[in-house]
Design a protein around this ligand. Structure first.
Ligand SMILES: [Zn+2]
Length: 138
């Protein structure tokens, strides 16, 4: 059963986990499932097409290492964690089809806006906290 990412606690954990994956140059292929459940991931490094399942509990910063996946043949520091505007809106409109997302850039950076549900924390649970400022209009 998938983890309920609409609860505050789970959404906060999920946002943290997605941010950590970005640091580790890994890409989530499914929503955060919880820390001790296998998570479908892909390697984000150039030259590596690994996909597989890992426990997020093994990837936490508190584990004190940069463990990723075994046998990586990719080039370190080649992952591009920031999605393009189009990738972001496509992903968000797929995840939350009842809401229309738009992305715009200004001097302060990128802002992702939408109307209606879901709340910002629920969106961050899927895309992390580094993609842009989340600005919901109820
Ligand atoms: Zn790899």
């Amino acid at each position: 059963m998938p983890l309920d990412l609409t609860t505050r606690r789970n959404a906060e954990s999920a946002a943290k986990a997605v941010d950590r994956l970005n640091e580790l140059e890994l890409i989530p292929r499914s929503p955060y499932p919880g820390s001790d459940v296998h998570w479908e991931l892909a390697c984000g490094r150039d030259g590596c097409d690994w996909t597989g399942r890992l426990f997020y509990s093994h990837l936490r910063p508190s584990r004190g290492h940069g463990r990723r996946h075994p046998g990586c043949i990719g080039t370190p520091n080649t992952h591009r964690p920031l999605l393009t505007d189009t990738e972001l809106t496509t992903r968000l409109n797929h995840l939350f089809p009842e809401s229309a997302f738009t992305v715009h850039q200004d001097a302060n950076g990128r802002t992702i806006t939408w109307t209606g549900s879901p709340d910002a924390l629920h969106v961050a649970a899927h895309i992390g906290t580094s993609q842009g400022t989340l600005d919901r209009t109820p």
